[in-house]
Design a protein around this ligand. Structure first.
Ligand code: RP5
Length: 165
């Protein structure tokens, strides 16, 4: 089944250059069997696309949005203002300021329009995928079981003691 078939999670990003980071979210969702779509939606370069995506997402059956951007990263916050769906923000690591600019742009939302902000970079994107799955698992016992199994596998892969290379 195509992961874009009836997507439950929308992954949006400001640029093609964000995809290597945001792909981490898609990979986790693939692993957990959560349908998703990925789109380039820039707050600055394609504001009309942002407007229509935010307006239409809930009606199309999307249940959680993951939004990643770098630099003056307005996409997650603007998306949160246009949709009642939960928005998870991923600060993409920028060249100039290493993603601290992205983090501050995303995390300091005014009261009333939250964005659940993850860590800077690929780990943040992977955690965004997990967070979206955990939200969906509240109403999906089979997904909840898959998440528990995924965590158990991760724990089992951690050695008890460090080893020399
Ligand atoms: C932001 O500007 C994008 O989210 C990206 O992280 C950053 C740089 O974009 P490009 O110049 O690589 O397209 O809008």
């Amino acid at each position: 089944m195509s992961q874009e078939n009836a997507p439950q999670v929308g992954i949006v990003m400001g640029s093609q250059s964000d995809w290597p980071t945001m792909k981490e979210a898609a990979t986790i969702l693939d692993t957990l069997g959560v349908t998703h779509e990925a789109r380039i939606v820039s707050a600055h370069r394609t504001p009309d696309r942002l407007w229509s995506y935010g307006t239409e997402a809930a009606g199309r059956g999307i249940r959680v949005i993951i939004a990643g951007a770098g630099g003056a990263a307005h996409l997650p916050g603007m998306m949160a203002s246009k949709t009642p769906l939960p928005v998870i923000g991923v600060p993409v690591q920028s060249k100039a300021l290493s993603g601290v600019d992205s983090l501050y742009s995303i995390v300091q939302m005014p009261r009333g329009f939250p964005v659940a902000t993850m860590a800077i970079g690929p780990s943040g994107a992977a955690n965004a995928g997990l967070m979206a799955a955990q939200i969906l698992a509240l109403g999906d016992p089979a997904l909840s079981e898959r998440l528990i199994a995924w965590r158990a596998e991760l724990s089992a892969a951690i050695p008890d003691a460090p080893q020399d290379d």
